[in-house]
Design a protein around this ligand. Structure first.
Ligand code: AHG
Ligand code: MN
Ligand code: MN
Length: 346
């Protein structure tokens, strides 16, 4: 039996979605296609990182005062270079850039905004653990063109994202994304021999409740009583509710999130008093929490800051951090009840 073609490519899938969307102009598909090229380039570097001189720290710190790895810088520059010429963007926002990134004057501009974490899980680059890229896409609201004024168009609640997703560079490279509005979450695996992302996980749904909890317990001395009671709840023995849950935490948000999306479970990065500059924990609202919150919602899950839906938060500044509870709906709803004080587990 002759082998069929290659299956459904990401381009075919996006064109199908474009045809089903009356307002689609094709600009969005062009934008996403170039982002995919950037991901393929990053994936190639990640896979040969052990060989090339692309490992290790640059010796610099970024706007977040964090060690910048060479691969962070590389991934950031590849995405910016691929995105800036497409003619669909008014600006970009990156975890690695203090300010918004302008579209050079030689290129046409458009009405989309892309925000991204070019390389997530940097601490895992040198130890061959899965890392990723996270992105969210918005539509500009105003007819502003001045880069100094565009921040108001960028700081939109995550519910306004017209698309969001991530790439994960691991044993295989995958792209998982959604265009919101009930279009579902779809996963594509990169076939290096073909150089294409092919549909491998159609309409991903996260189990209502999981059996995995993911949190860095090395921070528990910095947590408040409510956070401790919540984590201890997942660790307590109770046959009826399938507890204790299994602990799985690898230190790459994209890898931890992806596993829990497929298997069910809750990922937590609580507020802690470890660093007075980061009282709401380490993860960023715009480039980490919001994109994954849209993905998990479209897959039937939920994401909260411990008091309300992540997607409802009106951002105040681009690099603001937020506590994150994300994954299976029932587990995250419990977390929100406990952290908000509506439910007392102590
Ligand atoms: P980034 O590499 O983009 O800075 O993100 C790292 C984040 C996230 O990937 C992960 O969940 C978290 O840092 C791990 O933080 P801890 O090491 O404090 O647990
Ligand atoms: Mn990150
Ligand atoms: Mn990063």
């Amino acid at each position: 039996m002759a082998r069929k073609g290659v299956g459904i490519t990401i381009t075919q899938h996006m064109l199908q979605q474009q045809r089903e969307n009356p307002e689609a102009t094709g600009g969005f598909t062009t934008l996403l296609n170039e982002l995919i090229v950037a991901a393929k380039v990053i994936s190639r570097e990640v896979n040969k990182a052990g060989l090339a001189d692309i490992l290790g720290a640059t010796g610099r710190t970024n706007v977040q005062e964090e060690q910048v790895q060479k691969l962070d810088v590389f991934a950031n520059s590849v995405i910016i270079e691929r995105m800036q010429h497409v003619g669909q963007l008014c600006c970009m926002g990156s975890e690695e850039n203090a300010d918004l990134i302008e579209i050079p004057s030689e290129y046409p501009k458009g009405n989309y905004i892309i925000v991204f974490d070019p390389l997530d899980g940097s601490s895992n680059i040198d130890v061959n653990v899965s890392i990723g890229t996270i992105f969210g896409i918005y539509k500009k609201k105003s007819d502003e063109t001045n880069i100094d004024m565009l921040m108001n168009d960028v700081l939109q609640p995550g519910v306004n994202q017209v698309a969001a997703g991530y790439f994960i560079y691991g044993s295989s490279s995958m792209m998982v994304y959604t265009t919101g509005n009930g279009t579902g979450v779809h996963g594509f695996t990169l076939y290096p021999s073909v150089g294409e992302f092919l549909l491998s996980h159609e309409n991903i749904r996260i189990p209502e409740r999981g059996k995995i909890y993911s949190v860095n317990e090395g921070n528990d001395v910095f947590w408040d009583e409510k956070t401790l009671s919540l984590v201890n709840y997942f660790k307590a023995r109770d046959k009826g509710s399938g507890r204790p849950y299994t602990s799985r935490y690898i230190g790459s948000l994209v890898a931890d999130f992806h596993r829990n999306l497929l298997k069910g479970g809750i990922f937590m990065y609580p507020a802690d008093n470890k660093d007075p500059n980061k009282p709401t924990g380490k993860l960023r609202l715009m480039v980490e929490a919001n994109p994954l919150a849209l993905v998990v919602k479209e897959a039937g899950g939920y994401a909260s800051d411990g008091n309300r839906p992540i997607l409802d938060i009106q951002p105040k500044e681009f690099h603001q951090r937020v506590p994150l509870y994300i994954g299976s709906r029932e587990d995250v709803a419990l977390a929100e009840d406990v952290i908000s004080g509506r439910k007392d587990l102590t």
